[in-house]
Design a protein around this ligand. Structure first.
Ligand SMILES: [Mg+2]
Length: 161
């Protein structure tokens, strides 16, 4: 079993300015790729868990999400990060749909744990919302870090990773 570095997307990986779905609107938060590389060197599997209610609300489609995701993953791989589409989990639902995947529900993290045989107690979750942290705790993730939206993660904040 290996631990994961669970990452929320909007506000943690990319600058969140509300319902980002186009490549031209996607900008990486400074330093995030370096943090992911460090985690990878320490044996953590990067896993992205992202609420995408913009799909359920009809602002954009699953295809838009997939195109942007493919582009984002390509940039990550260029930086040396070993990551594929199977390491990205998204919830397309609105809060009203009361699904089991939308954070603060732990569904996406539990699915990832099953898919990759993850050691959740040794895993980390980094998110910018309380719901990210709640989802992680509900899933049994041992370490959580709530960052300020769009602000770089300092290496020292991931102490013990
Ligand atoms: Mg976020």
């Amino acid at each position: 079993m290996r631990p994961a570095l669970f990452l929320d997307r909007d506000g943690v990986i990319n600058l969140d300015h509300g319902y980002v779905y186009r490549i031209e609107d996607f900008a990486f938060v400074p330093g995030i790729l370096e943090r992911m590389l460090e985690a990878q060197r320490r044996g953590y599997l990067p896993v992205i868990v992202t609420n995408q209610s913009g799909i359920g609300r009809g602002y954009y489609g699953r295809e838009d999400f997939e195109v942007l995701t493919a582009w984002m993953l390509e940039r990550m791989r260029e930086a040396g990060i070993e990551i594929g589409r199977s390491q990205v989990f998204y919830c397309p639902h609105t809060p009203e749909e009361r699904c089991v995947c939308r954070k603060p529900e732990p569904g996406m993290l539990l699915e990832a744990a099953k898919r990759f045989d993850l050691d959740l107690a040794r895993s980390w979750m980094v998110g910018d919302k309380k719901s990210d942290i709640q989802a992680a705790k509900a899933a049994g993730v041992g370490h959580t870090l709530q960052v300020v939206t769009n602000q770089p993660i300092e290496a020292k904040e991931l102490h013990g990773l």
